[in-house]
Design a binder for this molecule. Structure first.
Ligand code: HSE
Length: 376
């Protein structure tokens, strides 16, 4: 513990630190030495109260995440526990007069009037203004939204976007850890019946038969994802919302909240689950307000933040750098396939890939905590 750390003297509570996003968050905090700034930390659990926490908790046993009295001791609560716990706990805490800062990866409070969706490369000022004006609820954005905004940051900064269509290719991790496991179980099940040197049509018949077999593991997804895809993510939004899923609706609602637009930018597209593990990809069609040469657009995108990397629109670079396989586990926001569409010179095509557990979930929260503490 450094003197720098002691100076802050705030009690920070961590909830949902064991899950996938919580684990990635702790890993990143270790890598960046963030725990130095948080000497007074409390780890909570919904199921293992009194047991040993993660190494960074030291000797302190886990406290009860369902105890409002225990939670109230914290000045800041960082939660990756999920919307169900947030919806149950947050109102009770506030009702009991808790005035601390709530920092959440779950979606439950994102669209509340008194919350800020954090994505500091784009809205650092909004976060700082929020803190100054007494906002106490900060929430990470939907992964697809954050990754798209990071990739197109330069275009938003220069106010060049009239509208965006984003068709997504979303990884299993976005649905949760057990979905990733099920994807692999499905692949294993397929491999049991597959003889890769068999005649291709014979192989296809064997695979389809396996996908349609009642024994095929589909408890989580409900249907095969391996050797297939699912063009539906989350539930349908209410009637009157144009037949969209909630994931698609978030693309519009959350992105505009993060950008603080007065006149909302139309953003739409079809969200599709594919068999990648933890990187979300998006095929973008962007209507620009002005006809700008491609080399200028490339520079605007590339210069916007330190994580975005423009991949030249060539076969070798694209297949080498613009894939979930290449980007997974990194903070890079890859964007490539940049070209003008046939519809006209103000229509831009692009493809982007980002790790949905890093910039899509943990990283904006990690950085927001540092901003709240005044150390970033
Ligand atoms: N809802 C996203 C998905 C993940 O299902 O991929 C997190 O925002």
């Amino acid at each position: 513990m450094t003197n720098k750390g002691r100076r802050y003297g705030m009690k920070i509570g961590f909830v949902g630190w064991r899950g996938m996003v919580g684990s990635v968050l702790r890993e990143r905090m270790h890598e960046e030495g963030d725990f130095e700034y948080l000497p007074d930390r409390i780890f909570f659990s919904t199921s293992n109260v009194g047991s040993q926490g993660p190494p960074v908790a030291g000797e302190q046993p886990l406290e009860d995440a369902n105890s409002i009295t225990a939670l109230r001791k914290c000045d800041i609560i960082v939660t990756c526990q999920g919307s169900e716990w947030t919806s149950r706990t947050y109102p009770q805490l506030r009702k009991r007069g808790w005035k601390g800062i709530w920092l959440d990866t779950a979606s439950a409070l994102r669209m509340e009037k008194n919350s800020v969706i954090v994505l500091d490369p784009l809205n650092r000022e909004m976060i700082k203004e929020g803190l100054k004006s007494g906002i106490k609820t900060f929430v990470g954005g939907n992964c697809t939204v954050s990754l798209m905004l990071m990739a197109c940051h330069g275009l938003f900064k220069k106010n060049l976007v009239e509208w965006i269509n984003s068709d997504t290719y979303q990884a299993a991790s976005g649905a949760g850890a057990r979905y990733m496991q099920e994807l692999i179980k499905q692949m294993v099940s397929i491999s049991e019946v597959s003889n890769p040197v068999a005649d291709a049509l014979e192989l296809d018949r064997a695979v389809i038969e396996r996908l349609r077999s009642p024994d095929f593991p589909t408890e989580s997804f409900g249907v095969p994802l391996a050797c297939s895809l699912i063009p539906w993510i989350d539930r349908a939004v209410k009637a009157g919302q144009m037949g969209q899923t909630k994931e698609e609706w978030k693309g519009f609602a959350e992105a505009n909240k993060i950008l603080g637009t007065k006149t909302p930018i139309p953003i739409g597209g079809i969200c599709v689950r594919i068999g990648a593990m933890r990187c979300h990809s998006q095929a973008l069609l962007i209507k620009l307000k002005n006809d700008i040469p491609l080399n200028e657009i490339t520079k605007i995108i590339a210069d916007a933040n330190e994580w975005v990397r423009v991949v030249p629109n060539k076969e070798e670079t694209t297949i080498d750098q613009l894939t979930p396989g290449a980007v997974s586990g990194t903070l890079t926001i890859a964007i490539g396939r940049l070209h003008k569409a046939r519809m006209g010179s103000t229509y831009l095509r692009a493809f982007t890939v980002g790790d949905q557990l890093l910039w899509g979930a943990a990283e904006p929260i990690r950085r927001a905590l540092r901003i709240i503490l005044g150390t970033l």
